[in-house]
Design a protein around this ligand. Sequence first.
Ligand code: 5CA
Length: 438
Amino acid sequence: MRLSRSLLPTLKETPAEAQIVSHRLMLRAGLVRQTTSGIYAWLPAGYRVLSNIARIVREEQDAAGAQELLMPTIQSADLWRESGRYDGYGKEMLRIQDRHERELLYGPTNEEMITDLFRQSVHSYRALPQTVYHIQWKFRDEVRPRFGVMRGREFLMKDAYSFDIDHEGAVISYRRMMLAYMRTFQRLGLRAIPMAADTGPIGGDLSHEFIILAPTGESQVFYDAAFETIDYTGDAFDIRSEADLARFYTLMTTPYAATDEKHDAALFEKLDPARRREGRGIEVGHIFYFGTKYSRPMNFTVTGADGRKLHPEMGSYGIGVSRLVGAVIEASHDEAGIIWPDAIAPFRAAILNLKPGDAACDGLCEQLYARLGTAALYDDREERAGVKFADADLLGHPWQIIVGPRGAAAGRVELKRRANGAREEISPDAALAKLLGA
Ligand code: 5CA
């Protein structure tokens, strides 16, 4: 993208309404704009980050054997009456009437709808287990939407649903999804810790929240540093092996980890002080096992191996895709702006033309831009160098290729790595090799 003709409205001043650093930076870097309370438009750079996060989430869901589908945002109230949740959900649910005065709602989650879809088509134990997911907008009329996309009213969620014929199978599905989550968060550059949690309006017997540490988190959390050194993405665990999943689950549930709701101070204090970790936490994912909580009232049965009808055992698994954009910024920024992990940056590199109109600068920048294509943001604006440096740092591109008149005449550029500030003067080809190879 050429910055001179991009919808990338950076702000020098800090917007007054933003209380936390990620919200401030998202507004200042021109990633989002609020359209009405708790509802945001994703501008081009922000939308690229959101899409990159969704892509990583999708790859790990697919690798775990989950099938992607897409359910609508608008649902019928009748489905929710069947499960008994329609009245209980309260004011958080946005209720809508159509022209025929039929009651609809904007979905806050999809347990009822997926149970309905399965009961229409799946009738035998032979078709199970199955896990499906979608990445879709949700609406929850939060009393206090705040912190930008972290607690919005409309937000993007990945929600997955598993169906098994018995408890043992459901436990395996739950563990498999937990491993997929740890891999997803690690690829996003985050250290998320699974913590036993309350189940709230989703219900059920077993549930874990995935928490990352950030000073602006909404709850106090406590955990054992043992979590910090585990590598989930290598080949330590085969996601198809039940034995590996059992070993992985023991590793996730043995060391101490709890939010303030479930904290046991006496137990935590038994831990070697060097291993005690405590701080504020942001919930980026939440998984639930709830057995037949929906399949029973909604009358979803399949024929079991013995010919008898049974209610499938279910779980549901959420990741806050739009919340993660804020969470990654909370975890990765400095005074100058965002520091994107390579995997999700909106652009891999910014090309900074320090003297538009200078033939050597323009020529070299155009060449670099042609080679990098959509991976680059080309700052071709008629602006002072200082403004370009500040905006590039604010937007947090992993790399900056700085092209000034003296360097351009000598066939050199300056390559800067945003994460550590390292700079070097090299040839344009060497710069490209470095940033495309890394
Ligand atoms: N049906 C289950 C799992 S699919 C469910 O809805 N779980 S949830 O309520 O815990 O939401 C899943 C994730 O969505 C949360 O972990 C959080 O990361 C994200 N989320 C929830 N509410 C909001 C919100 N108001 N704004 C942004 N993200 C949210």
